[in-house]
Design a protein around this ligand. Structure first.
Ligand code: PAF
Length: 290
């Protein structure tokens, strides 16, 4: 039986706990989350534990990354179950701040990573990455980790955070953990809980379409043709709206030209689509053989 993590609900309590770790010269590994933890989150905690002496996870449903009308109020909140999972994973400290702790009254300082935030998901959720960068920067100041771990499932978010860390000079190593998938390929996400059983049966079409497109591009098919085929397959699976399927440069996230990529080229496929009221995102790497 693993011991329960220590819980800090205020910045003051967190600093007290982390102060002791720093005095003992222990490194800190951090996993920011919005709770409703699944196996993917737990694998990130395991990565943080491998890379640092003390592991910290945060649970904070960040209001600034939700636009009016989005699912802030209904976002799953499962603190008790999350704490049990974090205990089983051996997490040392869980930071569960209030909105007032993260955004003190009258707070007007925000972080915006230009360019990368305006592409792909940024086109459909213009407020989103501004909210993510702002809260992650604040969490980094609160926790002051040596290493922070984010899932590759949110690939654009990961690239934006890497860029923010570089631009602002945070002395933090950013690590990307692999995407966890259900047996049928669906990427694990807290929002999958919104899917009805019928919807759940259909949504793996995103990952299978991306996988097929990645194989086609790796085999030398023109990018434009592989993307067209992926769009057709996703629409045929009964998605209500397809926001995008794109093939991009893995660092700049800029769209690739439509032709076949050069041998040895490594890129990324990303997609977002709506099934009923659930928006799903997924992404996959590809590399054309030499
Ligand atoms: O990926 C998430 O769960 C959130 O966007 C994050 C990084 C915890 C910021 O609220």
């Amino acid at each position: 039986m693993k011991k329960s993590p220590e819980i800090a609900r205020t910045l003051k309590a967190l600093r007290k706990k982390l102060g002791k770790c720093r005095q003992a010269d222990q490194s800190i590994g951090f996993v920011p989350t919005m709770g409703a933890l699944h196996d993917g989150h737990i694998s990130l905690v395991e990565l943080a534990r491998e890379r640092a002496d003390v592991s910290v996870a945060s649970i904070f449903v960040n209001p600034t990354q939700f636009a009016p009308g989005e699912d802030l109020d209904t976002y799953p909140r499962t603190e008790e179950a999350d704490l049990e999972r974090l205990a089983a994973a051996g997490c040392d400290i869980v930071y569960i701040p209030t909105v007032e702790e993260m955004y003190p009254d009258g707070s007007v300082t925000h972080v915006r990573v230009e360019g990368l935030s305006d592409l792909l998901d940024g086109v459909y959720r213009p407020h989103f990455f501004y909210g993510v960068a702002t809260v992650v920067a604040r969490l980094f100041v609160h926790v002051q980790p040596d290493v922070a771990v984010f899932g590759q499932k949110d690939y654009q978010q990961l690239q934006i955070i890497k860029r923010m860390v570089r631009d602002l000079g945070f002395p933090i190593e950013i690590v990307g953990g692999r995407t966890w998938r259900d047996a049928d390929g669906l990427a694990q996400s807290s929002r999958n809980a919104y899917l009805s059983p019928t919807e759940r049966c259909r949504v793996n079409a995103i990952s299978s379409a991306l996988h097929r497109a990645a194989c086609r591009i790796e085999a030398g098919m023109a990018v434009v043709a592989a993307l067209d085929e992926a769009r057709t397959r996703i629409k045929a699976a009964g998605f209500d709206k397809l926001d995008y399927v794109s093939a991009v440069d893995p660092d700049t996230l800029g769209d690739l030209p439509g032709a076949a990529v050069d041998p040895g080229y490594e890129g990324r496929l990303l997609a977002a689509a709506w099934m009923g009221k659930t928006r799903l995102i997924d992404n996959m790497a590809f590399r054309r053989g030499e």
